[in-house]
Design a protein around this ligand. Structure first.
Ligand code: F3S
Length: 398
């Protein structure tokens, strides 16, 4: 691999043992993917934060790294295993919470921002078009590549962290323009009415394309919240890291501008496919004892909608809306938090229904409006799911 003088110096330990170790690992990774060079990055997003998913070995890794090197650039964390401000009220154990706080403090000690969210692009970690970044949460990677048009591979938590420490990542995959072109076209003859239908589309297409780049022809612009939902679903049933929507996403024109585009396979998607996929995502038709929204983490407009739906009502079951601490603070300022709490709901910050140990609480059925959550909750939390729209889920528990 061709290295700059600064990169050679880092590798040779002139900037400390920690940076040298990170460079060595990233170079090995680059060699595996035939990267010809390293590329500077402008931001990082690091998964592998929840104590539920990384355990004591992950905690040791963070503490060990913290003694050797700091991050060089804007770096945010993926959701943690608990809301560390409200863990007791939500029913999580003190032992788990202590470990979780240790992990977050370990990251903080090397300069990582201790905000834990899978939607960093909603709270200021928002790269510009064509910027190179190293992000690791799959839905965030899909969003940053597809909707923003910045460039990230689907990093693992450790590789994103190492990249943040040296400010570079190997130049391969989505960093190379050519690799961002459309591989399969999905011609969708359906007028989407809600987020559950869009999620069903993403879940269906993800299964077909795996890690190829889907190109969508839709009847209308689904909007930012639904693009967030679509990418999360694509990245959970498949390994999609970039998609394009004709006339909507910034690289859609470029994506179809290649010689073999006219021979690219076209898959037609109709109402039957959407409805069948939608109903396949529920594992039960029981009433949920917890409705959990915000996968990926809710935007302020999604929280506003929930506030409108629950205003003046008394919920009969639990309601969590997962989001970042920053969006929760805005919800408070706008009055949405008070409305939701008055109805009996909670805004849960910096964690989510998949990476939290929800299985240790007293729930059996979770209602979700995210295809990604519907895909993961039965396996990762061993609970049944009801997959539906936010309106129908709130009706079920009112
Ligand atoms: Fe985010 Fe958790 Fe869903 S990390 S995308 S809310 S599974």
């Amino acid at each position: 691999m061709q290295l700059t003088k600064y990169e050679e110096d880092m590798l040779n330990g002139e900037y400390g043992e920690g940076k040298a170790e990170c460079m060595e690992i990233l170079l090995s990774l680059g060699k595996i993917y035939d990267a010809e060079k390293m590329i500077p990055i402008t931001s990082a997003q690091v998964s592998g934060v929840s104590y539920k998913t990384i355990g004591d070995a992950g905690l040791e890794f963070v503490v060990d790294l913290g003694q050797k090197a700091d991050v060089e650039l804007e770096t945010m964390l993926n959701p943690a295993g608990v809301d560390i401000e409200n863990w007791k009220e939500l029913g999580f154990s003190e032992e788990f919470t202590r470990k979780q706080i240790d992990i977050i403090e370990g990251y903080e000690s090397i300069g990582v921002m201790s905000t834990c969210t899978c939607t960093p692009y909603l709270i200021g970690n928002t790269p510009l078009l064509h910027e190179h970044v190293a992000w690791s949460e799959s839905s965030a990677v899909c969003y940053v590549n597809s909707v923003i048009g910045a460039r990230s591979n689907r990093e693992g938590g450790p590789s994103a962290l190492l990249a943040a420490i040296v400010g570079r990542t190997p130049f391969y995959g989505n960093h190379i323009l050519e690799n961002r072109k459309a591989d399969m076209i999905f011609d969708v003859d359906y007028n989407f009415e809600n987020e559950a239908e869009i999620g069903a589309l993403g879940y269906y297409v993800g299964q077909i394309v795996n890690n190829k780049n889907p190109y969508f022809k839709l009847n209308s612009n689904p909007g930012r919240n639904n693009l967030k939902t679509l990418g999360a679903a694509l990245a959970s049933s498949g390994a999609v890291s970039i998609y394009h929507v004709e006339d909507v996403t910034p690289e859609a024109d470029f994506a179809q501008n290649h010689e073999s585009y006219d021979e690219t396979e076209v898959v037609n998607v109709d109402e039957n496919i959407i409805k069948d996929t939608l109903s396949s995502l529920s594992t039960t038709d029981s009433i949920p004892d917890l409705v959990c929204l915000g996968c990926p983490h809710a935007s302020i407009t999604e929280i506003q909608k929930v506030a409108q739906l629950v205003e003046g009502k008394k919920l009969q079951k639990d309601l969590w809306i997962c989001t970042s601490k920053a969006i929760k603070a805005i919800s408070k300022q706008c009055g949405y938090l008070d409305i939701i709490e008055a109805a009996g709901g909670k805004i849960v910050s910096d964690t989510c229904m998949v990476v939290a140990p929800v299985e240790e609480l007293d729930y059996e059925v979770i209602g979700v409006n995210s295809a990604k959550a519907a895909n993961y909750v039965p396996n990762m939390c061993k609970l049944d799911v009801v997959y539906d729209t936010v309106e129908n889920l709130i009706d079920l528990i009112t």
